[in-house]
Design a binder for this molecule. Structure first.
Ligand SMILES: [Zn+2]
Ligand SMILES: [Zn+2]
Length: 162
């Protein structure tokens, strides 16, 4: 959604609230597309003493797959944004400032970017996920490793010789 803030640029104390749902189901992280549900983008642009400030909360529930054990699980996602809006950029280095284009900006693009930048690089079903045994493939969160029991009897015989 393109949000036009021209109407409040010259009126300190004024503001524009927004509340929208964004479809980010196409955003791909290494083959996984976790945003299966709509992403809510709620906030406002306010004119505070002649400066335009944007605040927004981006929320959804992600559908994830654990990097370690492969189990599917759900996880809340939240990020809070705060940006100053400006009609021209004086300091190119400052990425907290959002440049307006003809008194408007693309709210969807901003939320999409924040979503991607704030995604965890590692996705674990829980902090201490024990993962899968590389030998027997057992999910060590749920069951003990079967490697010992499944040892080939020929190897057992060889081990005795050694
Ligand atoms: Zn896991
Ligand atoms: Zn095992």
């Amino acid at each position: 959604m393109r949000l036009d803030v021209k109407g409040i640029i010259n009126t300190p104390g004024d503001g524009i609230a927004f509340n929208e749902e964004l479809d980010l189901s196409d955003v791909d992280f290494g083959g996984v597309r976790p945003a299966v549900r709509p992403v809510s983008v709620v906030g406002a642009v306010r004119n505070i003493a002649g400066m335009l400030w944007l605040t927004a909360d981006v929320d959804t529930t992600l559908s994830c797959v654990c990097d370690r054990c492969g189990a599917p699980f759900e996880k809340p996602f939240h990020v809070s944004l705060e940006r100053m809006l400006a009609t021209e950029l004086e300091d190119e280095e400052n990425d907290e400032i959002l440049l307006l284009d003809d008194g408007a900006f693309d709210l969807d693009e901003l939320a999409r970017e924040a979503f991607i930048l704030n995604m965890d690089t590692k996705t674990l079903c829980r902090e201490d996920c024990r993962g899968l045994c590389s030998g027997c493939g057992a999910n060590l969160n749920l069951e003990p490793c079967r490697c010992k029991r499944e040892t080939d009897p020929r190897w057992a015989a060889l081990r005795q010789l050694l």
